[in-house]
Design a protein around this ligand. Structure first.
Ligand SMILES: Cc1cc2nc3c(=O)[nH]c(=O)nc-3n(C[C@H](O)[C@H](O)[C@H](O)COP(=O)(O)OP(=O)(O)OC[C@H]3O[C@@H](n4cnc5c(N)ncnc54)[C@H](O)[C@@H]3O)c2cc1C
Length: 431
């Protein structure tokens, strides 16, 4: 016989748990179904979570959550084979009012799930949702992998992350295309706490987030590499558009090895012990790839709805905020006793009012534009390094000769008017 809840949530990631948190706190009988052994068991990311959106969802989280380091430095590195042009920003104000925290998802999600359970939600682990239950047109629950594993509920939130098969089963969207997903591979390398602080020039518990661009990091494809400092480990990885990996027959592990061997990276990892290797897809198709966000008895949040900002590399905050807004909409529907598409459409209104849909709309052209213009991931990072090299090189030649040499090198690969045009087009895609 099917068990019954007031709401059922598929996926115990940031999106699903945020919705469950809102509902459990309001006394709603809610179930979160998670296929992993525990929430977070199957999850990985770069990565950092951002303080303010997380605080909006879980007030006071920083005092109790398993956080690695307070991120006070953000850096962009443009890599050439043996050099790196580094753009860094650090903010002393972030010591008192943090902007971001490095996090290991297996710990963070498990902690959040425990909190959600304590508030009264049922977190059902080791259980995969395989289909939706329908009463006529409306969705009224889910079918799980357990024998007799139907769960009835008047409303279902699909928050199952990037492999959003249920979105298709619910008739709300299509499968992603290979040029709409990025494949991330990551290693966690253990090092003593003090060594990390010394190597990165950090004071205790402060951390650094580095994004690396350039052909060396991505084989010239659309994507980036990343490095984040945790308490006593370093997360390092690459994230490259799947269609590019396929077209170039590029092995992402080879890319990661190249990044780890780069002269600017290798000394930071020296002597470290490999603790974890993982891979995960990121839905970066953005606004144009989004499914319908609601239907009769159903809502979609987080990665399942392509809510990732590829420009700023944010996904967790969009997942958490969309999860909370979905939870608020479900509460409203429960109060009205009406789970129709019309009532649940308030979810879309809430998202339109938030930064989630505003940002995704703003950057809606970015993915397609950059995936078709690989010069931004290869030629320009190399160019940036050449310019820096000329700027800092002092030899016996006059400076005018340096400039002429640089212009000749650029012209050899790309005409100056094309360089100008590229800059204007990139600005237009981002603005
Ligand atoms: C390499 C990489 C680096 C990233 N770096 C960052 C970063 O630094 N900062 C940032 O903000 N974002 C980052 N992201 C993006 C971020 O991780 C995601 O946007 C975020 O995790 C989305 O949360 P979610 O809850 O929607 O999905 P997920 O976190 O994927 O959670 C979905 C959950 O659903 C479960 N599930 C799936 N299918 C089923 C099913 N059928 N039945 C039951 N359970 C199911 C899964 O096990 C999982 O626990 C990164 C992602 C990757 C891959």
């Amino acid at each position: 016989m099917a068990i019954r809840f007031d709401a059922v949530i598929v996926g115990g990631g940031p999106a699903g748990l945020s919705a469950a948190w809102v509902l459990a706190q309001a006394g709603v009988k809610v179930a979160v179904v998670e296929r992993g052994d525990y929430a977070g068991a199957k999850n990985m990311f770069g990565g950092v979570i951002y303080h303010e959106p997380t605080e909006w969802v879980i007030p006071g989280f920083a005092a109790e959550a398993p956080l690695e380091r307070k991120i006070g430095h953000h850096e962009y590195w443009f890599l050439d084979e043996r050099s790196a042009l580094k753009v860094a920003y650090e903010d002393a104000g972030w010591r008192e009012a943090p902007n971001a925290w490095s996090v290991l998802r297996a710990k963070f999600d498990a902690w959040f799930a425990g909190k959600v359970e304590k508030a009264g939600a049922r977190v059902i682990t080791q259980t995969t949702v395989v289909d939706v239950l329908r009463h006529g047109r409306a969705i009224r629950g889910v079918v799980t992998s357990r024998p007799d594993g139907e769960i009835e509920a008047p409303v279902v939130l699909i928050a199952q992350g990037v492999n959003a098969l249920l979105v298709q089963k619910a008739g709300l969207g299509r499968d992603w295309q290979a040029d709409e997903v990025v494949l991330g591979v990551k290693e966690v390398i253990q090092l003593p706490k003090g060594v990390i602080e010394e190597r990165f020039g950090l004071t205790e518990n402060e951390g650094t987030a580095v994004e690396m661009m350039g052909g060396l990091a991505t084989g010239g494809s659309m994507g980036s590499a990343f490095l984040y400092t945790n308490a006593d480990s370093i997360s390092i990885g690459t994230a490259v558009l799947l269609s590019d990996l396929r077209a170039r027959r590029e092995n992402p592990n080879h890319l990661l090895e190249k990044v780890k061997a780069h002269p600017s990276v290798a000394p930071l990892l020296k002597g470290g012990e490999l603790r974890e290797y993982s891979a995960h897809l990121i839905p970066e198709g953005g606004y144009r790839a989004m499914p319908r966000l609601y239907g009769d008895g159903v809502l979609v949040a987080g990665d399942s709805a392509a809510m990732v900002n590829a420009v700023t590399m944010e996904g967790t905050d969009l997942a958490m905020v969309s999860g909370k807004l979905a939870g608020q909409t479900i509460l409203e529907a429960l109060e009205k006793g009406d789970f129709s598409e019309k009532t649940l459409s308030r979810y879309r209104d809430r998202l339109e009012d938030s930064f989630v849909l505003r940002d995704l709309k703003q950057f809606s052209r970015v993915g397609t534009f950059f995936s078709r213009n690989e010069q931004y991931f290869d030629f320009y990072p190399r160019l940036a390094n050449r310019v820096a090299r000329q700027l800092f090189t002092v030899d016996l030649r006059p400076k005018a000769e340096h400039v002429r040499g640089l212009l000749d090198q650029i012209r050899g690969e790309r005409s100056l008017w094309r360089v100008g045009l590229d800059l204007v087009r990139a600005w237009r895609a981002l603005a």
